[in-house]
Design a binder for this molecule. Sequence first.
Ligand code: NAP
Ligand code: MN
Length: 265
Amino acid sequence: MKIAIIGNPGAKSRRVTAELTEKLLASGHELVQTSPELVISVGGDGTLLNSFHRYSHILDQVRFVGVHTGHLGFYTDWRDFEIEDLVIALKEDSGQSVSYPLLDVRAIYADATSAHYLALNEATLKRLNGTMRTEVYIKGDFFESFRGDGLCVSTPTGSTAYSKSNGGAVIHPRLDALQITEIASINNRVFRTLSSPIITAPDEWVTLEPTGRDDYVMTVDQFVINPPTIKQIRYKIAKERIHFARYRHMHFWDRVEDAFIGAKH
Ligand code: NAP
Ligand code: MN
């Protein structure tokens, strides 16, 4: 198999990458940078996000595997001491995979240029230098006028990341849904937002039309974008999905329990 290994700069990740490289070559795999069939990410969930963005143009050809050098993550099924088991699983590979929804973001700017992004976790729109104001449309219909720090649109697998910090629900990744959460909305007699997270249906999209400022910040997963004046940003479930090689199954809710609740008292 043609395999790419993407590690982070940490000492532990470098050690695991070296071990993995040696074992994969010994069992006849080819290590490549371009056009891999399998991408093994070594680090944390953040490293998997980096790996995803590096290969997001060939998502239909590649499967991902995450090795975590710390605690178990949401995109990482393997721990650093299980390299041997992973290499054996790869030897017995029969192409098994599981796929999850992604977020498609299209921004149209006042100067008529546009930009397009795919997110694995979420995209946000924020204003740091004062209150963000934006009109919010769902499926083209006006929904609310938002004022506050920002809005976050997340995928089901992103629901345990930033979205959760905003009070969002944890969503099972088998659902094709997007969740919109508020970041510090202003609510008083003059300004009113729904003030609770929204989960949209598979055929719906959300549009933001910020009012007249040029100092908004967009984030897409770990990336920060300083866009020109925004006319409109549209968020929908992407046609593309991310595929993970699934050599063993871990229940989603077990993972949630492990990450956020921990051992029983
Ligand atoms: P980071 O600052 O290292 O990430 C913050 C934490 O989020 C890390 O512990 C990371 O795990 C974890 N994480 C990432 N994706 C997750 C997921 N799908 N479910 C549960 N936890 C997840 O930065 P990063 O590693 O580059 O990750 C970027 C992400 O950070 C963004 O996509 C956003 O979701 C999140 N973020 C959160 C907040 C917040 O909660 N207030 C603010 C900004 C960004 P690892 O340690 O395994 O990498
Ligand atoms: Mn991280």
